[in-house]
Design a protein around this ligand. Sequence first.
Ligand SMILES: Nc1nc2c(c(=O)[nH]1)N[C@H]1C(S)=C(S)[C@@H](COP(=O)(O)O)O[C@H]1N2
Ligand SMILES: [Mo]
Length: 367
Amino acid sequence: MSIENFSVRGRLADTGEGITADELQLAARNHGMPLESLRYDVTPPGLHYVLVHYDIPATNAGEWLLNVDGCVEQPLTFGLTELRAMGRRTVRVTLECAGNGRATLQPRPISQPWLSEAVGTAEWTGVLLSDLLRLAGLRSDAVDVVFTGADHGVERGVEQDYQRGLSVEEAIDSGALVAWEMNGAPLPPQHGYPLRLVVPGWYGMASVKWLRSIEVIDHTFDGFQNAVAYRIRTDADDPGVAITRIEPRALLVPPGFPDFMSRHRFVAAGTVPLFGRAWSGWAPIERVEVSTDAGVNWHEAKLSAPSNEDDELAWRAFAYDWEATPGEHVLTVRAYDASGREQPIEAPWNRGGFTNNTAQRITVLVT
Ligand SMILES: Nc1nc2c(c(=O)[nH]1)N[C@H]1C(S)=C(S)[C@@H](COP(=O)(O)O)O[C@H]1N2
Ligand SMILES: [Mo]
C-alpha cells in the first residue's frame, strides 16, 4: 500500500448507509456553530464553526515568516511585526463551509457531514492583501495568486500542503485580508494562528489558514483544492465548475426548547418571536421570508440595518412574530439578495455536496 492508493475517489453513501466511522471522526474534529448562537452579531470565541482538512500545525508567531514572491518586482518576507507596521483594518465577515448542508443529500456524498451549522461571523483584523501585492509590485505577467498554509496531508491519494489560488483580480477586488486577529485577540490555533487569509463573500475554502506563502504565478493555478476538490459536478468525470462565492441562506434560531436526542422542538402557544440571520456572498440581503406551515404561506420578516459599509456581506438579523397555535408546525425560511439570487426550497444535488442552500426546516410541537 502506498499514499497514492488512499481514498482515491470521493464516494457516495449506499442507499440506507448511515454516517460512517470515518465521517464521525471528521465531525468530532470539525464542529459547527450551535444554531442558538445565531443570536450574536459576532460569533463568540469557540462557537464559530471549524474546518481543518489535515492536522492543526504547530506554529509560532515569534518566528513566523510570510513570503510574497513569484511574478513581482520585489520579493518580500514579512514577520508579524513588519506586517503590523503595514496598517490595521478590521472587517466583519461571515464564513461558511462550501460543504454546509451536505449530510441531508440523497445520495449522500461521504465527507464532513454538515447539517446547516457550518457558519460563523468574526471580526478579522489585518492588512489588505492588495496592499501587500502593491508593495511587492505585480509584474505584467501575473495571472493567479497562490496561498499556501503550513498544514500538510493526503487527499484522494495526493500528498499536499493546503493551497488555494485566486486570480489577481479576485485577490485585489475581493477585499481579502491577511489577518492576525479574530475578534480582537490573536487567532486561535484552529482558526489559523498566527496568520491567515480571509476572503469576504467566498466560501471558507478560499480563506487559507496558517498562511506562510503568497506566490504570484503566470498561469492559472491547477492545484488540487482548485482543480479537483472544490468543484460542482454531477458526474465524477466532469471537469466541473469552480466554487467561489456564498449562495444566499437564512437560518432561524430554533425556538422553544429541544428534546435531547431528536432535537424536536417544543414551544408554548401564543406570540413566539422568531429570530435568525441571513447572508449571501454575492450581494447584500434584501429580503427574508418566513413560513410557519411548511412553505404554503410566506411572510416577510423584518430585517435589521446592515452594520456598516465594509461589512455589507456579513449576515443580517431578521425577526418575525409567529402567532403559534397548538399542534405540529414546520418552520422554514428563505433569503433573497440584491443580485437577484433567491434561496431555493430544495437546492440541486451535486456529487461533492457543495453550496447546498436548501431551506432550513424546523418541526415544532406547540403545546
Ligand atoms: N491551511 C488551511 N486553510 C484552510 C483549511 C485547511 O484545512 N487548511 N480549511 C478551509 C476550509 S474548507 C474552510 S471551510 C475554512 C474554515 O475556517 P475556520 O475553521 O476558521 O472556520 O478554512 C479554510 N482554510
Ligand atoms: Mo470548507
